[in-house]
Design a protein around this ligand. Structure first.
Ligand code: MTE
Length: 322
């Protein structure tokens, strides 16, 4: 599986960050924003960053659809992607997930696909990989906390898996669940969220080709902190819809309960489409900080994927269905 080698931060600081270090210090750490501050703090204090090696993905292909690969924007450095995470099953400290999840093993992992379908089935990872070669999809990822990254994920459209189990006409939603195992995910001893972590999509969202069943990152298997061995990525939605370490996918008739919506329904909607015009009750969503960049960018409706997905929400009031 994966090992978690540690190398000193100074050896893997991207050169451009290194070059800017003096300027950033002179310019004032506060101006750099909370995330950059944390990042810089770690750098300046020599806190080690995880490198979390994982196996290369065999047979990675480049998709032909250009909307599957944001070409014009710089990729976020792998070191940043794998050292700044949300994964409450391990810790609520974003900088600490890599370390807390380092020993998580996924040997013998199985995903049950069940509910309103003609061919319910349990997939092991080999069966899952046999469905399709992994495609490298470069997606923008926008977190509800107003930071963003550009990430080369790998995987295939969830629709390919769902078609295999033959959803019935009565299936209107898809419900997802993360592993519930407090021994392996010690953060589950804390009841900040109701476990297991749950997410859901409407059937048309789940079947949309952009919706990615994700097994890799930067050409390698997902490291534990990013949701090994398999997670969801829905690039036009806030990051919390991207449920990690999935063990169950169920076809259901009604809108399923979802973790952050259960936690605070007024703050985290079921749809969670990226919407610069609909502020979170405690902060604006109009702009975002792209990790690794200075300044802020304007947030795009549906995270820039409006042409592909806006029609799914035609006629819906997106301030009601946020
Ligand atoms: N999935 C599980 N099981 N547990 C979590 O805490 N956090 C979510 C989402 N998926 C989370 C989860 C949130 S809030 C975000 S922003 C993304 O994962 C973060 O993904 P990343 O750490 O790979 O950037």
């Amino acid at each position: 599986m994966s090992t978690d080698d540690k190398i000193p931060a100074r050896e893997i600081t991207p050169p451009e960050l290194y070059a800017n270090r003096r300027t950033v210090m002179r310019g004032g750490i506060i101006a750099a924003g909370a995330l950059a501050t944390a990042w810089l703090y770690r750098k300046l204090n020599g806190v080690e960053l995880a490198t979390t090696e994982s196996a290369p993905l065999a047979g990675l292909v480049t998709p032909s659809d250009p909307t599957f690969q944001v070409a014009a924007e710089a990729l976020t450095a792998r070191e940043q992607i794998i050292n700044y995470n949300n994964f409450y099953e391990f810790t609520t400290n974003k900088d600490g997930v890599a370390k807390a999840a380092a020993g998580f093993t996924t040997d013998g992992w199985k995903i049950t696909v069940d509910g309103l379908c003609n061919k319910p089935r349990v997939f092991d990872m080999d069966a899952l990989r046999a469905i399709s070669p992994p495609e490298e999809r470069i997606y923008r990822m926008r977190c509800v906390e107003a930071w963003s990254m550009v990430i080369p994920w790998a995987g295939f459209s969830l629709s390919k898996l769902l078609s295999l189990v033959e959803p019935q006409g009565s299936a209107k939603y898809v419900a997802f669940e993360t592993l519930h195992d407090v021994e392996r995910m010690p953060g589950q001893s804390n009841d900040i969220l109701e476990w297991p972590y749950r997410e859901g999509l409407r059937m048309d969202e789940a079947m949309h080709p952009l919706t990615l069943l994700t097994t890799g990152l930067y050409g390698r298997e997902l490291p534990p902190q990013d949701g090994a061995p398999v997670r969801m990525i829905i690039p036009w939605k806030y990051g919390f819809k991207g449920i990690k370490s999935i063990v169950r996918i169920s076809l259901v008739a009604t809108q399923p309960p979802t973790s952050w919506n259960m936690y605070a329904a007024s703050e985290y909607g079921f749809f969670a489409n990226v919407n610069p015009d609909h502020p979170h009750p405690r902060w604006s969503q109009a702009t975002e900080r792209r990790i690794g960049e200075g300044g802020r960018r304007k947030t795009l409706p549906f995270n820039g994927y409006g042409e592909q997905v806006a029609s799914l929400y035609a006629g819906m009031d997106l301030h009601v269905h946020y």
